[in-house]
Design a binder for this molecule. Structure first.
Ligand code: ATP
Ligand code: MG
Length: 332
């Protein structure tokens, strides 16, 4: 088996849309790319989580490959990171079952994501409720020290830690209890039209969401029509000025410049100036990702080969953990 002396990290993104958005990019993907240098990194496309809400099979297949292409286009190197598709590693749903039986109904139904998403569905699947147990399995199978996610996943990570501790207490040391890695500054990118809500793939808000695969024209239009706040002053104040503050967060993370420096540059200027400049910056930052994604999608056999190799490596590690768990719970 391949082993690495580096600390391990695991994270995933759902295949719920053709394009990832700026929240996924800043909150998750950019961290994934940074950590592949210092960690034994496992990143997966969560197609099993995607069917907790209704998905069209043709779209799901396409979105799985498109998400993989965007991982690589954003800077994940298949030589450094293990990139794979969740459904190609059967230990994920297998461990999930054991963890579902470790989770109480009360815990699962208290999850904010369940409450939010179930309120938006006509048909609420059981999978939407048990989602956090599958997510705990996704993570615990690999015994990672650290899991980079956005703020919205903090509660699920907390549950994952509780499940790991509970299992270890009941059956003996089995899982590493992982730390969530949530970067305060970029943990929650907000919808441009509704700065009270997080930018999301599954919300019907194309105007408020910046997609990585948007062309220059629509990127510019969305940024220019972002909702801003009362007053004129460009200041970072997420409570009083959520719209402008969100633009400043995006500006800062795309340029790697501190927010305070950016605010100082715009002293005495109008919101419009900030938007024009940010639109240019976003176009410049995202165009290469879009072009590289399109290029990668030209050779689907090559993409599939990367995912197959990733799944083989993930399976090797996941099966060892699963066997240990099955043995401990008394499965013959
Ligand atoms: P969906 O609406 O289908 O749940 P999503 O946009 O929430 O899609 P996920 O695939 O659920 O994206 O999440 C992938 C990763 O991106 C997670 O780590 C999540 O915390 C992070 N993330 C999602 N939205 C944002 C956001 N607006 N800001 C920062 N991080 C985010
Ligand atoms: Mg989500």
């Amino acid at each position: 088996m391949t082993t690495s002396s580096l600390p391990r990290t695991v994270s995933g993104i759902q295949a719920t849309s053709d394009s990832l958005h700026l929240g996924n990019f800043i909150g998750a993907l950019q961290q994934f790319v940074a950590h592949q240098e210092s960690h034994d990194a496992f990143y997966f496309i969560a197609n099993m989580h995607a069917i907790t809400v209704e998905q069209d099979p043709t779209d799901l297949r396409e979105r799985t490959l498109r998400t993989a292409a965007q991982f690589i286009a954003a800077g994940l190197d298949p030589e450094k990171s293990t990139i794979f598709v969740q459904s190609q590693v059967p230990a994920h749903p297998q461990l999930s079952w054991v963890l579902e039986c470790t989770t109480s109904m009360g815990e699962a139904s208290r999850m904010t994501q369940f409450k939010d998403k179930s309120a938006k569905q006509e048909h609420v699947s059981l999978g939407l409720l048990t989602y956090p147990a599958l997510m705990a399995a996704d993570i615990l199978l690999y015994n990672p020290q650290m899991v980079p996610v956005g703020e919205d996943q903090r509660q699920h990570l907390e549950l994952t830690r509780n499940l790991a501790e509970r299992f270890n207490y009941r059956f003996g040391e089995t899982f590493v209890v992982p730390e969530a890695q949530i970067l305060k500054a970029t943990a929650k990118i907000y919808d441009l039209q509704n700065p009270g809500a997080k930018m999301s793939k599954s919300l019907p808000s194309p105007q408020g969401r910046i997609d990585l695969l948007d062309d220059a024209k629509s990127l510019t239009k969305k940024i220019k029509s972002a909702v801003t706040d009362d007053g004129k002053e460009i200041a970072y104040d997420p409570q009083a000025k959520p719209g402008v503050s969100n633009l400043l967060t995006i500006y800062s993370s795309l340029t790697s410049r501190p927010v305070d420096d950016i605010v100082a540059d715009y002293e005495g200027k109008m919101y419009g100036h900030l938007k024009v400049d940010l639109a240019e910056i976003a176009v410049e930052s995202l165009a290469p990702v879009r072009e590289r994604t399109e290029e990668l999608l030209q050779d689907r056999a090559q993409l599939q080969a990367i995912l197959d190799a990733g799944a083989a490596k993930a399976n090797e590690i996941a099966e060892v953990t699963l066997r240990d768990v099955y043995d401990k719970v008394g499965f013959v």
